[in-house]
Design a protein around this ligand. Structure first.
Ligand SMILES: Nc1nc2c(ncn2[C@@H]2O[C@H](COP(=O)(O)OP(=O)(O)OP(=O)(O)O)[C@@H](O)[C@H]2O)c(=O)[nH]1
Ligand SMILES: [Mg+2]
Length: 314
């Protein structure tokens, strides 16, 4: 069985005489728009997005080339003050690890929620991070221009940012400025990735994430938080299409019929939307088969955490 990766064929960077490269972490409170901004900067659907908090569960890399600079973006889970469940603690920890691994940090702040307690609390800790910091006020499409200046000033009092940007990751407004600024921040050095690579996630994992995105988009209440998706099988067919089998694991017996829906309509809708997204990202026809199982212990399972790339012992 072959498993293609998101990696494309290496391209030479020999023609670039002054290459620069660096890692920039996108951090922020849950729902600030980190993954939307990452996708806008990269120009591809490399990280999943939903209106719900805690959509991103681990670090996700996206790669941007701007002139002679390659910027490796680290999208991170939203940071909040009192993560309770083990999974939440591991997610918040993964976000701080992402910030710690980066050469610079971009703090995203949802400008439409200026008094959000989680976002304000985060500022204090970000102020203590000893690396270049940029402030990105996001969702400016929802906010009156005059209120933005006051917000930018008050946030700059709380932490020392080298620059402040006002963007709408959703409409793309201001995103090019951020891309150029990030590129100007990275230090001289060889590129880490081939020039046409956009992500660093195996296709099996990206495909599972795209199905999880539909669970976040199509199911409500606690269900998205109770579900994991794993790709069990990826079969390349002679006609160039791929057969992909995935398992959706939920925590409780009562959740399984909700995922399946009356007459199987919900699972069909999830499957159709995920299949289209996977086909788009892989550039091939996809046959997706989803299976739903119940396992009440996945959320406390050390092996699952390892598979998700999360630290169990936090
Ligand atoms: N109006 C508006 N909505 C936005 C903007 N950026 C993101 N959103 C929306 O905000 C919601 C959250 O976006 P995400 O990108 O998933 O946010 P996140 O910070 O990655 O969230 P977590 O991964 O859960 O921490 C989605 O419904 C996005 O469509 C923006 O600039 N304007
Ligand atoms: Mg996210």
């Amino acid at each position: 069985m072959t498993t293609p990766s998101a990696t494309t064929a290496p391209a030479t960077t020999a023609e670039i005489t002054d290459p620069r490269c660096g890692f920039v972490a996108l951090i922020g409170a849950p729902n600030a728009g980190k993954s939307t901004l990452m996708n806008a900067l990269v120009g591809s659907h490399v990280s999943i997005v939903s209106p719900k908090v805690q959509t991103t569960r681990n670090r996700v890399l996206g790669i941007v080339v701007e002139g002679s600079a390659q910027v490796v973006l680290i999208d991170t889970p939203g940071i909040f003050q009192s993560p309770k469940r083990r999974l939440e603690r591991a997610m918040v920890q993964a976000a701080w690890t992402g910030a710690g691994d980066a050469d610079a940090v971009a703090l995203l702040f949802d400008a439409s929620r200026p008094n959000d307690a989680e976002a304000r609390a985060l500022l204090d800790r970000v102020a203590g991070l000893e690396r270049p910091k940029l402030l990105v006020l996001n969702k400016v499409d929802l906010v009156k221009r005059e209120t933005l200046l006051g917000l930018a000033a008050s946030l700059n009092e709380a932490a020392r940012f080298e620059r402040t940007f006002m963007v709408s990751a959703l409409t793309g407004s201001g995103v090019d400025d951020v891309r150029r600024a990030l590129a100007s921040h990275v230090a001289p050095g060889p590129w880490h990735y081939p020039e046409d690579q956009l992500a660093d996630m195996p296709m099996r994992l990206l495909a599972a994430e795209l199905t999880r995105e539909q669970i976040f988009l199509q199911l409500h209440d606690e269900l998205p938080y109770s579900a994991i998706v794993e790709t069990d099988r990826w079969e390349e067919r002679p006609d160039g299409s791929a057969r992909i089998d995935q398992t959706i694991t939920v925590l409780r017996d009562s959740q399984k019929p909700i995922v399946i829906g009356a007459g199987g309509r919900r699972i069909k809708a999830i499957s159709q939307a995920a299949r289209a997204a996977i086909a788009e990202q892989t550039g091939r026809e996809v046959h997706l088969f989803l299976h739903v199982i119940v396992r009440d212990d996945w959320i406390e399972d050390r092996v699952r955490f390892r598979d998700l790339g999360l630290d169990y012992d936090v």
